[in-house]
Design a binder for this molecule. Structure first.
Ligand code: GDP
Ligand code: MG
Length: 162
């Protein structure tokens, strides 16, 4: 079984940048992966000879009304389809109200969830990560999706857990 990894979080946190980094080539796109629908973006990646599927989502803005509609649509579908959820937050923007709502949903969901603080470039990691522990999701991976920093070790940890 190839593990399926969903990237969720607010718009503009770096989900698509991370998706592109994890999947790299256009050939990696898997438009017709069995059992998966097409309204989200699927790609295949490899890390240390382990294959995985990544799902990119449009993002949850927090403007939606209530938890149900906020988590509805493609993000919720992606979470359902995934074995692992990477919840991406923006280190620069800091903790956002929508992050709490997303975290609340993910805490009660039985999917393996990892919190990823992206855009850590140029920041003091200790200071940047501190507010996000409040989301109650445990360990936080710090990444720079644009340059790839932290991505490989994060993926090795995550894939090692399943
Ligand atoms: P998405 O809406 O969550 O898919 O976010 P995108 O991947 O489209 O990224 C939004 C913006 O953030 C783009 O301008 C990216 O270049 C930028 N970005 C993504 N990752 C990083 C990062 O690690 N560091 C910095 N400084 N910018 C980033
Ligand atoms: Mg995107």
């Amino acid at each position: 079984m190839i593990p399926v990894i969903a990237l969720v979080g607010r718009p503009n946190v770096g989900k698509s940048t991370l998706f592109n980094r994890l999947t790299r080539s256009r050939d990696a796109l898997v438009a017709n992966y069995p059992g998966l629908t097409r309204d989200r973006k699927y790609g295949e990646g490899t890390m240390d000879n382990r294959r995985f599927i990544v799902i990119d989502t449009g993002g949850i803005s927090g403007e939606e009304e209530g938890i149900d509609s906020m988590m509805a649509g493609q993000s919720l579908q992606a979470i359902e389809e995934a074995d692992i959820v990477l919840f991406i937050v923006d280190s620069r923007a800091g903790l956002d109200h929508a992050d709490y709502t997303i975290a609340k949903h993910l805490r009660v969901n039985n999917k393996k969830t990892f919190l990823v603080a992206n855009k850590i470039d140029g920041m003091d990691p200790d200071i940047a990560l501190a507010p996000f522990y409040e989301l109650g999701l445990g360990e936080i991976f710090a990444t720079t999706a644009t340059h790839g920093r932290g991505v490989k070790s994060m993926m090795e940890d995550i894939l090692g857990e399943i």
